[in-house]
Design a protein around this ligand. Structure first.
Ligand code: SF4
Ligand code: SF4
Length: 164
């Protein structure tokens, strides 16, 4: 169906009044004293909103035991293939597997949170770590040890380490 277009008035065709109106708004905001937004970062960090998704991080239980069982679900669902896991095998435990390697490429990660959603062990969480500074592409691949350092310990409602 064809939609009829409204005929523009002369003032609308000129555009100038609208440009002037926009400039007046900009100038009004610029000179309003309450609009000073300079923040002394990093001494004065920017407050993060609730639910902020920072670097995805691995966590341990309260006894410092890694929660991840290297099921590789997060690796499978990660849209940009940012996660690479090499599973290891326990020989003397009721827990079968652990991640011998768990690398997270932060140059690929899009902070979507799907890894956290997919994890059956609550072993990976979106942390509130927003600052990420590296000086090479290699440093942007975070190993398991660094991810555990960021994640820290969390309560373990699943209890995979409890003997059966
Ligand atoms: S947040 Fe998204 S992109 Fe980043 S590692 Fe998790 S699933 Fe992959
Ligand atoms: S973090 Fe979770 S989903 Fe990813 S391998 Fe470990 S247990 Fe599986």
């Amino acid at each position: 169906m064809k939609v009829a277009r409204r005929e523009l008035s002369l003032m609308e065709k000129l555009y100038l009044p609208e440009i002037v109106r926009g400039l007046m708004t900009t100038i009004g905001h610029a000179i309003r004293p309450s609009h000073t937004v300079t923040r002394q970062y990093p001494e004065q960090p920017t407050p993060l909103p609730a639910g902020y998704r920072g670097i995805p991080a691995l966590v341990t239980d309260e006894q410092g035991r890694i929660k991840c069982v290297a099921c590789q679900l997060c690796e499978f669902v990660c849209p940009p293939e940012a996660i690479k896991i090499v599973p290891g095998q326990f020989s003397d435990s009721n827990v079968e597997k652990y991640p011998a390697r768990f690398d997270l490429n932060m140059l690929r990660c899009i902070y979507c949170g799907l890894c956290e959603e997919a994890c059956p062990e609550e072993a990976i969480f979106m942390s509130d770590v927003a600052t990420f500074v590296v000086s090479s592409r290699e440093q942007a691949v975070l190993p398991k040890e660094r991810l555990l350092e960021i994640g820290g310990a969390r309560p373990d409602p699943i209890g995979k380490w409890a003997s059966k």
